[in-house]
Design a protein around this ligand. Structure first.
Ligand SMILES: [Fe+2]
Length: 300
């Protein structure tokens, strides 16, 4: 594996804090993690990652931080050195973290100005084996970003963070792995911002049952259901009250981290979606715009 081994959580700043918190707790299927910092922290029931979402009340809707996992403190130190050597802007050096779950980590800006954190030793939370048809997320699956220079950002993920390229879709979408999952990140052209965050569902039936719950609560599928070619994962995309795209996915391909060779998929309707029966498409989801606060460190 690479020194970065997983995604931990995504922190958002949201104008309508109550609506977004209600969405994750009552609609999306996450559980609130107790805290006394005025923010809302959520975890999945099906995995012991301490939390996967953080919400902060803010003046505009934005991504605050994308947090990644490293195995041990020495990996955090090594990654901080690599970020520094790669010209990255360090926000704070490796130190004990005061966020829920603690741990040891550092923060830095990506070349595009999005805030990242890498940490080790964060406390594990409770988890249980999900059962088929529960239709709630097991864990974060992957994150897709836009970048004004997407090929440079791909190179940065590989050279600095240790990711490997699993596939390209044409020359505009790159899928990157940091473990045996086909991708944990994908990168598209566009303004510097988040495209979406995907959550693994136990089975295809769980993705569909989850979509049912959202429909019952008044949120229709924005794009899907379908099955991508790169990663062979199923998908259904939704939009949160704050305008962020979240995905239920299942059956993401497992690969050999060291030896998989990248392939190039030629874009076509039945490559983007092998089933071709879903509603909507990328064009029916919110259009990307630059994330507010690029290269500005938030206090929390
Ligand atoms: Fe996705």
């Amino acid at each position: 594996m690479s020194r970065v081994t997983e995604i931990r959580y995504v922190g958002y700043g949201v104008v309508d804090f109550d609506a977004e918190a209600g969405f994750y707790a009552d609609v999306w299927g996450l559980e609130r993690v107790p805290s006394d910092d005025g923010m809302a922290w959520f975890k999945t029931q099906g995995h012991d990652e301490h939390h996967v979402v953080r919400l902060r009340k803010a003046d505009e809707n934005r991504v605050d931080v994308i947090a990644l996992a490293a195995p041990i403190n020495a990996d955090v130190d090594a990654l901080a050195a690599q970020v520094r050597a790669g010209g990255g802007k360090i926000v704070h050096e490796p130190q004990a973290l005061t966020t829920p779950g603690g741990g040891y980590g550092f923060r830095f800006f990506s070349p595009d100005g999005l805030l990242f954190e890498v940490s080790a030793g964060v406390a594990r939370g409770p988890s249980r084996q999900l059962a088929q048809w529960e239709g709630v997320p097991e864990k974060i699956s992957h994150i897709v970003l836009h970048s004004p220079d997407h090929k440079a950002l791909v190179k940065w993920f590989c050279d600095v963070l240790g990711f490997k390229v699993s596939d390209w879709l044409g020359d505009f979408m790159c899928f990157l792995r940091c473990n045996s999952a086909h991708h944990r990140f994908a990168i598209l052209p566009g303004p510097p911002c988040l495209n979406h965050v995907a959550y693994d569902m136990l089975t295809l039936d769980d993705m569909m049952r989850g979509a049912h719950r959202l429909k019952q609560k008044g949120i229709d599928i924005g794009w899907g259901p379908g099955r991508h070619t790169a990663g062979n994962n199923t998908f259904s995309y939704f939009v949160t009250p704050g305008g962020f795209v979240a995905e239920y996915t299942s059956e993401l391909e497992e690969v050999d981290f060291e030896t998989r060779e990248a392939t190039v998929h030629v874009p076509a309707p039945l490559v983007m979606d092998q089933w071709g029966i879903g509603t909507g498409g990328p064009q029916t989801l919110p259009h990307p715009h630059p994330n507010p606060g690029l290269f500005v460190a938030i206090e929390a």
